[in-house]
Design a protein around this ligand. Structure first.
Ligand code: MG
Length: 161
């Protein structure tokens, strides 16, 4: 079995009165991400990338946003569950690269904390997870600070025993 790749994309709206959770890190800000779970846009993109690489469908199939069990869910816990699904299917993650597209607040201070959360949840070394940040330069829903988007790519290989 050769190395396989998956992509993931997600976006969530920014609203007052919600926590801003990105990559498992809660960030102090007047707006937070709205959604059924904790709306952790980065972790959701990573989950879809891993599921994609293992031909396991998408996050909505495994953790439906109509299921009350996932109301307010900690998305790092969902990533751990996705990692278990992956390993049960005979795969393990090799490398994860990500981009968060967010106008404000600036998230780069939290880069290592996000990388460490994703690495711990997937059993990867921190050197095998990368988190990048960019803005919308004032353009589009990200630029107007209406929401945050995230992209991820993951490679997986055969699980070692
Ligand atoms: Mg999502």
């Amino acid at each position: 079995m050769s190395v396989r790749f998956g992509i993931g994309y997600d976006s969530h709206p920014l609203e007052p009165g919600r926590p801003l959770v990105v990559g498992g890190v809660t960030i102090e800000h007047e707006l937070g991400l709205a959604g059924h779970s904790d709306a952790d846009v980065l972790t959701h993109a990573v989950i879809d990338a891993l599921l994609g690489a293992a031909a396991l469908g998408d996050i909505g199939q495994h953790f439906p946003d109509t299921d009350p069990a996932y109301a307010g869910a900690d998305s790092i816990g969902l990533l751990e569950a996705a990692n278990r699904l992956l390993r049960r299917a005979g795969f393990e993650p090799c490398y994860i690269d990500t981009t968060v597209v967010c106008e404000a607040p600036r998230l780069a201070l939290h880069r290592e904390a996000m990388r460490d959360q994703i690495a711990a949840a997937t059993g990867l070394a921190a050197t095998h997870v990368n988190v990048k940040f960019t803005t919308g330069e004032g353009v589009g829903f990200v630029g107007r600070q209406e929401g945050v988007a995230a992209l991820a790519i993951a490679s997986v290989g055969p699980a070692e025993g």
